[in-house]
Design a protein around this ligand. Structure first.
Ligand code: DGJ
Length: 741
C-alpha cells in the first residue's frame, strides 16, 4: 500500500492491496489519468497504453505544444479536466476571470506525499485515526495567467481498495475569480463497455436499483433540491456487463455531501468514458476574492474485482471504520420504540408513559418521542421553530417525561426538525427574513413550512443554542434530526447579490457546522438523521449521525427493496428499520409480525406501533424478536453483508451476514407471494469458511462450510408451515470446533 512517485517519468502510483490508480505528469505539466483498476506491480505509462493519443485525430483541434504538437485534450484522459482548451467533453471545473473569459489551463507545480489524511475544513470526510492506515498526495496545479491554484488531494487506504479525492481552489492572483463549477473529481476510462448502476426512487420508495448500458453522450443523475434527496443518491457505479453480485469488475463513486449534486458518465466518439461528480452546477457559483479558498466535498472511489457485493463490502468497511464517529460507532445501538406511528400528534404524557412501560416490558431500551411535543403543534401546520414543550400535552415538560421514562428503565429520545420554520410560529413572526427567500417572490411551502437560512450566523446560533438548551434541560440520550422539505426560492438575505448563488452550498456548510457543534457538545447523545425518511441518506450526514431513518415506508415488502438498495453503499448498522403495525400505514398491506421482524432485523432494529394494543401472542413474539436482535446485533452490525437474491428480480429475496472471523452466519430469506406447488428454493451461501463445520442454532443440524456453499440449502423445510403470502425465515449458524483440513 502507499503512494510512489517516479520523477523520471512523472508517474504517481497510488496502491491499495487490490487496486492501482496511476496518473502521470506529462512534460508540458498536463496531468493525465493513466489507469484505475486491479493492482499493478509497476505503474504503466500513458504512452504505453494509448500511443494513438499523440497523433492527430480527424476534426479535432490540437494544443500545438512541444513535444506533442498533435495532442488534443479531447482524447487525453485527464485528472481534472478544464474548459476551453481542445477538450469538448464536460470539464471538472470552470472558472470565470474578471475579464469575462472562462478558459483556464492547469499545469503541475509541485506535490507532497504524506502519511495519514488531513481533514477537509468545514466538510465531512473519511478519516484515519492512525497515520499508518492511509497515505495521501497533494498535487498542486496552477494557471498562472488566471492566478488560480488548484490542489488535488488523493488518499489511499492501507487495507481497502479505496481512493478518496477532493479539490481545493485558491485565488492566488490580484483579481476576482468566479467558480462556475467545481466537481470533486473526474475519472476518464479508456472504454465504454460498462453499465451504469444508480440508486433512484422517491419518498417512501428510496434507493431502488437501476442498471443500464452506457451509450454515447451524457447520462446523468443528480439532485437540484438542496438535499441529496429521496430521488437520487449521491452514488453511481460502473459495472462491466458481465459483472454480477459476486464476480467481475465494479467501480463505485460516492460523494460525501448532503446537498444538490450531479453525477454523470459521458461517453465520447472514441468510446472513452468520463465519470464526474460533485456539487450540482445549476444555480451554483462561488466568488473567490484574492486569497480566498474553496474546498470541494470529498469523492470516494472504490474498486472491486469481486462484483457488486465486493464493492458494497468495501464501502461498508470504509464507512464503519473511517466515516462514522462518536461512541456509538462501536457501541451496540439501542432497540427503540418510536411514538410516531403509534400516536402521531395526538398524545398526553400519560399515554406516552403507557407506551414506554410496555416497550420496557417487551425488552426495548429507548423510548423516542416523535413530532408534536412543542409549541402548538397538533398537526403539521404550525410551530416549527418554537422549541418549547407543549404544557397541555407534557405538564411536567421534557424533563418530567424524560425522568419518568428513565424511571421505567428506558433511555429517552426526542424528535426535532431544527432546520425549518412554520410561518405560523413565534420564530417566523419575529424573524420573517430568517428563511431562504428571494425578494419580490412569494415563498413556496413544503409540508406547510419554510427552510431556515443556515448560511446566516445568527440563525445557526439560534439553532445551536435552542437545541443545546433542550438537550441540557432533560435526560435526552437520542435525537432524531428530521428535515421535511426541499429548497425553493434559494436566496439569502444575509448575502450580497454577487454571492446569491452560493446560498445552497453555504446552507450545507452551515448545517455541517451546526451538526459539528452539537455532536461535539453532546457526545453521549445518539443522533439519527432523517429527512422525511431517507431524503438525505448520504455519507455527509453519516459523518455526524451514525444512523439514518431509512424510509417512512415501514411495510416489510417495500422495505426489502429499500434496504437491499441502500445496502449497495451503506452498512446495515446505519439503516433505521422499524417493525410497524398491520395493516401497514403507508400501503395498507397485512404481513405477518414474524416477517416484519425478520426484515427489520437486518438493520438498526426498532418498533413503531401502538404496543399497548397487542394481544398476548404478539407481545410474546415481539419479546422474542427483541431478545434475538440483542443476541445478533453485534454480528449484523459488524459482519460482512452478502446479497443472494434480489427483490428487484423476483418473488424471493435473500441476504446474509457472515462474522469477520467466519464463525457465525445469519441468513434471511423472504418470499413475497405464495405460489401453488412452488418449486423448492435452493440457496448457495457465500463467504463461509469451507473447512469449518457450522451448527444451525436451535436445531442442532450440522453442515460443513463447503456443503453450504457448494451444495446449498433447500429453504422450504425451514419456512413456517402456515402458508400464505409474505413468508420469511432467519437461520443462524455457529461454527463448532476448530477448522478441518
Ligand atoms: C417525517 C419522518 O420521516 C417521520 O418518521 C416522522 O418523524 C415525521 N416526519 C414527523 O413529522
Amino acid at each position: 500500500m502507499g503512494i510512489s512517485y517516479d520523477p523520471t517519468k512523472g508517474l504517481f502510483h497510488l496502491r491499495s492491496p487490490g487496486s492501482s490508480y496511476v496518473l502521470q505528469v506529462l512534460e508540458t505539466g498536463l496531468v493525465a489519468h493513466v489507469f484505475w483498476g486491479g493492482a499493478l506491480r509497476q505503474p504503466v505509462e500513458l504512452g504505453r497504453i494509448a500511443p494513438q493519443l499523440f497523433g492527430e485525430a480527424p476534426a479535432t483541434p490540437v494544443l500545438g505544444e512541444a513535444p506533442y504538437p498533435r495532442l488534443s485534450l479531447d482524447l487525453l484522459p485527464q485528472e481534472y479536466p478544464a474548459y476551453g482548451r481542445t477538450d469538448f467533453r464536460e470539464p471538472a471545473y470552470q472558472v470565470a476571470l474578471d475579464d469575462g473569459s472562462t478558459v483556464t489551463d492547469l499545469r503541475y507545480q509541485s506535490h507532497q506525499i504524506y502519511p495519514g489524511k488531513r481533514p477537509l475544513v468545514g466538510l465531512p470526510a473519511t478519516f484515519v485515526e492512525r497515520g499508518e492506515d492511509a497515505e495521501s498526495l497533494d498535487l498542486t496545479l496552477a494557471d498562472e495567467h488566471a492566478g488560480l491554484e488548484v490542489v488535488l488531494t488523493y488518499t489511499v487506504y492501507r487495507e481497502l481498495n479505496v481512493v478518496t479525492r477532493s479539490a481545493r481552489f485558491t485565488n492566488k492572483g490580484s483579481r476576482r475569480l468566479r467558480l462556475l463549477r467545481a466537481f470533486s473529481g473526474s475519472v476518464d476510462f479508456p472504454d465504454d463497455r460498462f453499465e451504469l448502476l444508480q440508486l433512484s426512487g422517491a419518498w417512501a420508495r428510496e434507493r431502488h436499483l437501476w442498471r443500464r448500458p452506457l451509450v454515447p453522450g451524457i447520462q446523468a443523475i443528480g439532485s437540484t433540491r438542496g438535499a441529496s434527496s429521496h430521488h437520487q443518491n449521491p452514488f453511481l457505479a460502473l459495472l462491466r456487463p458481465e459483472t454480477d453480485e459476486h464476480h467481475g469488475h465494479a467501480y463505485g463513486f460516492s460523494l460525501v455531501y448532503s446537498g444538490s449534486f450531479l453525477a454523470q458518465a459521458e461517453v465520447n466518439h472514441y468510446g472513452q468514458t468520463r465519470v464526474a461528480m460533485g456539487i450540482h452546477p445549476l444555480n451554483f457559483s462561488w466568488l473567490l476574492e484574492p486569497g480566498e479558498i474553496f474546498q470541494t466535498p470529498e469523492l470516494i472511489l472504490v474498486y472491486s474485482d469481486r462484483g457488486l457485493n465486493g464493492l458494497s463490502q468495501t464501502f461498508h468497511d470504509l464507512f464503519r471504520r473511517f466515516l462514522l464517529r462518536g461512541p456509538y460507532r462501536d457501541r451496540p445501538r439501542p432497540v427503540l420504540l418510536n411514538s410516531w406511528e403509534a400516536t402521531y400528534f395526538n398524545f398526553t404524557e400519560e399515554r406516552l408513559l403507557e407506551l414506554a412501560r410496555e416497550a420496557q416490558a417487551l425488552g426495548m431500551e429507548l423510548f423516542v418521542l416523535d413530532d408534536g411535543w412543542f409549541g402548538r403543534r397538533n398537526d403539521d401546520t404550525s410551530s416549527l421553530g418554537d422549541w418549547e414543550a407543549n404544557k397541555a400535552k407534557l405538564p411536567r415538560g421534557l424533563k418530567g417525561l424524560g425522568e419518568a421514562v428513565n424511571d421505567l428503565g428506558l433511555a429517552f429520545g426526542l424528535w426535532v426538525e431544527p432546520e425549518m420554520v412554520s410561518p405560523d410560529s413565534d420564530l417566523y413572526r419575529a424573524h420573517p427574513d430568517w428563511c431562504l427567500h428571494v425578494p419580490g417572490r412569494s415563498r413556496s411551502l413544503g409540508r406547510n413550512q419554510l427552510v431556515l437560512d443556515l448560511t446566516r450566523e445568527e440563525v445557526r446560533r439560534f439553532i445551536v443554542d435552542r437545541i443545546g438548551a433542550i438537550l441540557r434541560s432533560a435526560p435526552i440520550a437520542y435525537v432524531k434530526w428530521d428535515m421535511n422539505r426541499y429548497m425553493t426560492e434559494v436566496g439569502s438575505a444575509g448575502l450580497p447579490p454577487e454571492r446569491q448563488q452560493e446560498t445552497a452550498h453555504r446552507y450545507i456548510l452551515g448545517l455541517y457546522q451546526v451538526l459539528e457543534e452539537l455532536t461535539e457538545a453532546f457526545p453521549h447523545v445518539l443522533f439519527e438523521g432523517c429527512a422525511g425518511g431517507g431524503g438525505r441518506f448520504d455519507p455527509g450526514i453519516l459523518y455526524y449521525m451514525p444512523q439514518i431513518w431509512t424510509s417512512d415506508d415501514t411495510d416489510a415488502v417495500e422495505r426489502l427493496k429499500i434496504q437491499y438498495g441502500t445496502s449497495i453503499v451503506y452498512p446495515l448498522v446505519t439503516m433505521g428499520a422499524h417493525v410497524s403495525a398491520a395493516p401497514n400505514h403507508q400501503v395498507g398491506r397485512v404481513t405477518p409480525l414474524a416477517t416484519r421482524g425478520d426484515v427489520a432485523l437486518f438493520g438498526n432494529m426498532g418498533y413503531e406501533l401502538d404496543v399497548t394494543r397487542l394481544d398476548p401472542e404478539e407481545k410474546a413474539a415481539i419479546q422474542a424478536q427483541v431478545v434475538r436482535y440483542k443476541r445478533l446485533r453485534a454480528l449484523i452490525h459488524r459482519g460482512d453483508f452478502y446479497r443472494l437474491l434480489s427483490p428487484f428480480e423476483g418473488n424471493e429475496t435473500a441476504w446474509m451476514v457472515v462474522a469477520k472471523d467466519r464463525r457465525e452466519v445469519l441468513l434471511g430469506f423472504y418470499r413475497v407471494l405464495a405460489q401453488p406447488n412452488p418449486r423448492p428454493s435452493r440457496l448457495r451461501l457465500v463467504g463461509l469458511d469451507p473447512a469449518l463445520e457450522y451448527e444451525l442454532v436451535g436445531q442442532g443440524e450440522r453442515w460443513d462450510g463447503d456443503q453450504l456453499m457448494e451444495v446449498g440449502l433447500t429453504v422450504e423445510p425451514y419456512l413456517a408451515n402456515t402458508g400464505g403470502d409474505f413468508q420469511s425465515v432467519v437461520l443462524h449458524w455457529r461454527a463448532v470446533g476448530p477448522g478441518k483440513e
